[in-house]
Design a protein around this ligand. Structure first.
Ligand code: ACM
Ligand code: ZN
Length: 532
């Protein structure tokens, strides 16, 4: 008898554990209380929402559920078996709780509560992860989850300049970001190799021989690797090559303003802000080549000549269009790796240095950044820039992207001056850098937030993002290989407080998530591999 009771207890425990094993959320939530049983998702059930503003979230959830289960769902403002509700309960305390959410599932249904659209979207991301990986109907385990992010800036930067990505490919990345609660998409839209945003005031920027180019050094390297490694993900896609009369086959592409609005809208539904970057005054050889008067010696080489008022007017007109397309607070001016020596030799830049009482060419860049910052502010925006914008002096309200991991004092200096910082040091978060079998752990265990900051300085850390520079990433498949699964480590580093991050807990959860990535068709890098 005793044996039988023990056996029954063991079986019961096994059942409970099996049910519990289905709850595996990345990034790890603040609290998860699992119970026995599950809510069965049935054909025709209703997704209800309590405020009209939640209709896009309900439609988004409907699409997800249909895709995952093969069933159909109704949506309505009012009550549903799956209920999305904005409530005011999280409002006390003065802290930003806009991304907090609660998710409660019992055998009768699922309820997601938050005090904003974004909180509801975070709850939907969790619900997506509670669904079984394999489609064909499904159930949600009975569970109560309360959750809040550590950082509100959790991002990925994509560079469609060095290699282009279509709107559809970009949207797929946004979908993947949303699943892991990554909520900032930094879009690097211009650089030496091309200008990717249609600008109505300067249409030649995206003309046939500007947004397209002859194969360059990186294209040739990619093709060499494709052949040497027998790796089709390193091939340059035919879909981005076109024949231009008098030039032959050129590679490239750009986004029309309608396409940009479409991407911004798609991201907004998923709770993602799109942060545009038009890099100035350096890294803009494409603009200088197109409009030669932008460069100091009118030879089409970057950086912008800051001595000429026509350059400032160009910058303002380009950003005017940026402000119209991107509704969010932050806009990036870039500002990295400027070849300031050109200004030392330019009489017009020297004249500007004198007339503005500046000390040197670093101060000339700072003068430009501050001037543009005033312009941004006058349009209700805040300026962001790579950490070189510190050099020559920075206004208090600029936000710094710390990327130079070999300049560990950047965050210390910026926050000591009262500036906000987004962390993306190349030592951890450059996802174009090669991965090996230790990369994930290096990211997960790393002190991405510098350990020498005071509590006041820590408040100025907005969060973190990884950067996907695409010189050596010519296809979506290669991008996925470089980004996954390490984006999951980034997601947990940015969402879950450091004290709750634990590699031994994370790694098995990550392993289980690989099935989810497989089901989504993501060509991630396996955890152990010989392939480069
Ligand atoms: C950068 O990697 N130049 C920001
Ligand atoms: Zn100049």
């Amino acid at each position: 008898m005793k044996k039988r009771i023990t056996l029954c207890l063991s079986l019961l425990l096994l059942c409970v554990c099996t049910a519990m094993a289905t709850v595996n959320i990345i990034p790890k939530p603040t609290s998860v209380t699992e119970r026995e049983g599950a809510f069965q998702i049935k054909n025709g059930l209703t997704i209800g929402y309590n405020e009209a503003s939640l209709e896009p979230a309900a439609i988004y959830l409907q699409e997800i559920l249909t895709k995952e289960t093969g069933l159909s769902f109704k949506i309505k403002q009012g009550k549903g078996k799956i209920q999305l509700s904005i409530i005011s309960a999280f409002d006390e305390g003065g802290k930003d709780r806009s991304e907090n959410y609660e998710l409660h599932c019992d055998k009768k249904g699922v309820r997601v509560y938050a005090n904003s659209y974004r909180g509801i979207i975070n709850g939907i991301a969790t619900l997506r992860q509670l669904l079984p990986v394999k489609g064909g109907g499904g159930s949600v385990p009975c569970v109560s989850i309360k959750d809040a992010p550590n950082f509100h800036w959790r991002g990925l930067m994509l560079d469609p300049v060095r290699h282009f990505f279509s709107v559809e490919e970009t949207k797929r990345l946004l979908d993947q970001m949303a699943l892991y609660k990554l909520n900032r998409f930094h879009w690097h839209l211009s650089d030496n190799e091309g200008f990717r945003m249609e600008v109505k005031a300067y249409p030649e920027l995206t003309g046939d021989t500007m947004a397209w180019r002859r194969f360059n050094y990186h294209d040739r390297q990619c093709l060499e690797r494709a052949s040497k490694e027998n790796n089709p993900t390193m091939l340059i896609p035919w879909k981005f090559i076109k024949e231009v009369e008098g030039f032959g086959e050129l590679y490239g592409g750009y986004y029309t303003q309608d396409e940009i609005r479409n991407v911004v809208q798609y991201a907004a539904v998923r709770g993602i802000d799109v942060i545009p970057e038009i890099d100035m005054p350096g890294h803009n050889g494409s603009a200088c080549w197109c409009y030669r008067w932008l460069s100091c010696t009118q030879d089409g080489r970057e950086p912008l000549c800051l001595g000429r008022n026509s350059t400032i007017e160009f910058a303002e007109k380009v950003y005017d269009e940026v402000f119209k397309l991107f509704p969010y607070e932050y806009v990036s001016i870039g500002g990295d790796e400027v070849n300031r020596r050109r200004w030392s030799e330019c009489p017009e830049c020297q004249k500007r240095i004198q007339s503005e009482g500046l000390k040197d060419v670093s101060e000339l860049q700072a003068w430009f950044t501050k001037r543009m910052e005033k312009y941004f502010n006058a349009h209700g925006r805040r300026i962001l820039g790579w950490d070189e914008i510190l050099e020559g002096g920075l206004s208090k309200t600029a936000t710094v992207h710390w990327w130079r991991g070999d300049h560990p004092d950047v965050t210390q200096k910026s926050t000591a001056m009262g500036n906000e910082v987004v962390l993306c040091p190349f030592t951890f978060l450059y996802f174009d850098y090669a991965q090996d079998d230790n990369t994930l752990r290096h990211i997960y265990d790393g002190d991405i937030v510098p350990v020498d900051l005071t509590p006041e300085q820590l408040k100025l850390i907005k969060g973190m993002q990884a950067n996907i520079w695409c010189e050596r990433i010519p296809t979506e498949a290669r991008m996925q290989w470089m980004v996954f699964p390490r984006a999951l480590a980034l997601a947990e580093k940015a969402w879950t407080p450091r004290k709750d991050q634990n590699w031994d807990d994370f790694f098995p959860r990550l392993q289980a998530h690989l099935q989810r990535l497989d089901a989504m068709g993501i060509q991630y890098r396996p955890l152990q591999t010989k392939r480069p």
